[in-house]
Design a protein around this ligand. Structure first.
Ligand SMILES: [Zn+2]
Length: 293
C-alpha cells in the first residue's frame, strides 16, 4: 500500500479559543492572544490547582490583552487575586514574554523552570529563575506537577505531568493542532524523538498543550507525532534516492500538499531531519547538496 503524504493532517489555521475557560476541577486557561500560523489563537497559559493561589503555567508573549484577561480569569475561574508561583515550560518568548506583566500585576513571584544552557534566553524573562529539573515535583493545593525533561524543540524544555488527572502539560512538544517546529540553531530532532518516546511511556490520558485545544487521547496523539516524523524521515531519504539535492528541492518533492508561503517552515523541518540523519551518518552534505551515505 502506498504511504500517505502526511500523518498529522490538522493545522492551527482558523482555530478559535475562548479568552478564558475552566477545563477541569483543577485546570483553567487564559488565552495569550498572540495569534499566528504556528501559535494558533495564541499561547495557552494555565491556572493549576483548586486553592485561592493556583500555579500559573507559562505567561504568553506579553500583550496587553492577556494582562487584562489574567486577573479576570483568576478571579472568575479560581476566586483568586494572585497566583502562588509561575511554572515555565521553556524560555521561548511566547512562553516567558508575559513575565513583566505578572510582576507588575502581582509583585515578585517565584518563577520555576529548567535553566537554558546559556544565559540570554532566561534573562529575557527579566526576573530571577528558580532552577528545577527532570522529576522535580511542584505541589499546590489540589494539584501535583512532576517535571519531565523533553529537549528537542528547545534545550530547556520541561513538560509537566499532572498526577491527579493523568494529564500532561506539553508546552510546545505536542500541540493541539499541526506539528511543532524544530528550530535550526537550538532544536534537535534526535532529542525530540527521544522526548516523544519518554512521554509515550508515561501513564497519560489527556494533554493540555501550549497552543490549540485540549487533546483527549494522549497516547494516540503522541504515537501520531512519532509516526509523522518517522514518515518524514523516510520521505527525506526517498527524495535523495536518485542523487544529491538541495534542501529547497527536497521540500518541493515532499511538501506537495503545502502552500508556498509555508515552504520556509517546511525547509526548517527538512534541515532538522538532515541534521539528525547526518548525526547518524546516513546522509552527508557537500556544497549545499545532500546525499545518502
Ligand atoms: Zn517554543
Amino acid at each position: 500500500m502506498a504511504e500517505p503524504i502526511r500523518i498529522v493532517t490538522d493545522s492551527m489555521m482558523g482555530l478559535k479559543l475562548p479568552d478564558y475557560a475552566r477545563l477541569s476541577a483543577r485546570v483553567a486557561t487564559v488565552l495569550g492572544h498572540n495569534p499566528g500560523p504556528f501559535t494558533g489563537p495564541g499561547t495557552n497559559t494555565y491556572l493549576v490547582g483548586t486553592g485561592k493561589r493556583p500555579l500559573l503555567l507559562d505567561t504568553g508573549v506579553g500583550v496587553p490583552k492577556w494582562s487584562e484577561l489574567l486577573p479576570r480569569g483568576l478571579n472568575e475561574l479560581c476566586g483568586s487575586e494572585r497566583p502562588e508561583r509561575v511554572v515555565v515550560t521553556h524560555a521561548h518568548q511566547d512562553h516567558i514574554g508575559g513575565m513583566k506583566d505578572v510582576t507588575r500585576l502581582f509583585g515578585d513571584l517565584p518563577v520555576l523552570k529548567r535553566p537554558w544552557p546559556t544565559a540570554g534566553p532566561d534573562n529575557a524573562a527579566g526576573v530571577p529563575i528558580t532552577a528545577i529539573d527532570h522529576d522535580t515535583v511542584v505541589e499546590t493545593e489540589g494539584a501535583t506537577l512532576r517535571a519531565v525533561f523533553t529537549p528537542g524543540h528547545a534545550p530547556d524544555h520541561l513538560c509537566y505531568y499532572l498526577a491527579e488527572e493523568k494529564a500532561l502539560f506539553t508546552g510546545d512538544v505536542i500541540l493541539g493542532a499541526g506539528t511543532t517546529v524544530i528550530p535550526d540553531q537550538t532544536g534537535d530532532l534526535g532529542q525530540y524523538m527521544d522526548s516523544l518516546r519518554r512521554l509515550l511511556a508515561l501513564d497519560v490520558e489527556k494533554i493540555y498543550p501550549a497552543h490549540g485545544p485540549v487533546i483527549p487521547d494522549a497516547k494516540r496523539k503522541i504515537s501520531e507525532y512519532i509516526q509523522h516524523r518517522e514518515l518524514r524521515e523516510r520521505q527525506v531519504l526517498g527524495a535523495l534516492q536518485d542523487g544529491p539535492l538541495e534542501v529547497a528541492r527536497i521540500v518541493e518533492k515532499i511538501y506537495v500538499d503545502v502552500p508556498q508561503f509555508l515552504h520556509a517552515a517546511a525547509a526548517q523541518s527538512v534541515r532538522a531531519h538532515l541534521r539528525k540523519l547526518a548525526n547518524e551518518r546516513r546522509v552527508v552534505e557537500d556544497g549545499g547538496r545532500w546525499s545518502r551515505v
